[in-house]
Design a protein around this ligand. Structure first.
Ligand SMILES: [Zn+2]
Ligand SMILES: [Zn+2]
Length: 164
């Protein structure tokens, strides 16, 4: 848990540094990302009117399969520079773990890619096009192929014309 003492905050700014288990993000059921490293944080809590201001940042590493080529990949998930207001109410110990978790999750990218220009897999042979140049025909060529040997309706029409 990431916590600070309100009575201590009355006297001084509070630096908070440390790490939390990656499981905190609860990504077990996520189809794209796995938690790859503990969440590290480097924060400072300052007293402001009616509460506390938390600055600094937290980050972790997520891993999973690239959405295009399926190779193992990882991405750093960071809160960026935080400016987080926290109400202190009447409690002595304020727990900001959930706030930090939420700040990380709103920065979760939509996709995991090994690189922005990943070429993906060949749809025909499955080769990784980042590392292999295959000679497969394109999807458009394939689309015509299955019907090419069947007679077209125009063939029958032509035949009728010839029979006259
Ligand atoms: Zn990739
Ligand atoms: Zn191919």
């Amino acid at each position: 848990m990431i916590t600070f003492s309100v009575s201590l905050l009355e006297k001084q700014d509070i630096p908070l540094q440390g790490s939390e288990p990656a499981a905190l993000l609860e990504l077990e059921d996520d189809l794209i990302f796995n938690a790859g490293a503990p969440i590290t944080y480097d924060l400072v809590v300052r007293k402001v009117s009616d509460g506390a201001l938390v600055t600094g940042h937290a980050e972790t590493i997520l891993n999973g399969a690239c959405g295009r080529c399926l190779q193992p990949s990882e991405v750093t998930l960071s809160t960026g520079e935080l400016q987080l207001f926290v109400e202190t109410d009447s409690e002595e110990i304020v727990d900001i773990t959930e706030d930090i978790r939420a700040e990380l999750l709103i920065n979760l990218p939509a996709n995991l890619l090994c690189s922005d220009d990943c070429a993906g897999l060949c749809p025909v042979c499955g080769a990784n096009k980042n590392t292999t140049n295959c000679d497969c025909v394109t999807e458009d060529d394939d689309f015509e192929a299955p019907n090419s040997d069947e007679p077209s309706p125009w063939d029958a029409l032509d035949k009728l014309k010839l029979d006259k």
